[in-house]
Design a binder for this molecule. Sequence first.
Ligand code: HH2
Length: 291
Amino acid sequence: MMHWQLTDRTLDLSRRVLVMGIVNVTPDSFSDGGRFFDPDRAADHALELVEQGADILDIGGESTRPGSDPVPLDEELRRVLPLVERLAGRLSVPLSIDTTKAEVARRALAAGAHIINDITALRGDPDMAAVARETGAGVVLMHMVGTPRTMQLDPVYADVVAEVAAFLAERAALAESAGIARERIVLDPGIGFGKTLEQNLELFRRMRELGRLGRPLLIGPSRKAFLGKLLGGAPPDARLEGTLAAVVASICAGARIVRVHDVAPVARAVAVAQALIERPDPPFPHCVSAS
Ligand code: HH2
């Protein structure tokens, strides 16, 4: 059985692939910057994503698109806290806070969030591990080379999959030694974070190797630039079908959580992919079955 333990509940990852819906309260996110910057609109959008089938909401107040600059603490708090306060207690689904700052995580968790999604895998803020330990939050540890400002300049790997796997194993071990229980940790290879098109594709092709880490995997391919490149330069709003294909490929490779903008179509694709793949008898060839 595969479970993810959060502050006040446990998510069962063995039965269903979970859909994490993205709520960006930012003026500059790469695909939806500015659309939900207003707190009322962000809250409406969050409720809509839950109606569409989101199992988790991931709230972010800092864009991490390639080339982006960090947002000051006060500003990030101003963006995300009112939304967490408004949603916590009103929703049945857990809330994740997408931040690299321990103070943002601490305040969001105090306001009712359940998960810390840290794209630096606890490297960005020396206090983040303590916040996770003290609150009992679920934690997403993601692979990234450098920072969002620099990560796409010239990413070089001898073996991208082996290096991502080694990094995630090391960060998970470090988190555990800092007192964060194993059951609280989910790993993410960080699609598009310091990876060329070829390196992203190799991560998809060999994703099942990351399953050998023995931890639940979260994959975030939604509307990302690698899809635009595969689709002849399609802009973010023309990458839905590409996102669906990447989601299905991820599920086939064993991913248990997918982080996406387009919750309704992804939830439908996930339901069908799971029905196809996870029939144990006979199992769908070449895919990893959780059952
Ligand atoms: N991708 C983005 C942000 N946070 N967190 C995890 N764990 N995995 C991801 O792949 C991931 C993430 C980037 O997407 P988005 O939030 O839409 O864009 P922006 O950073 O421009 O707000």
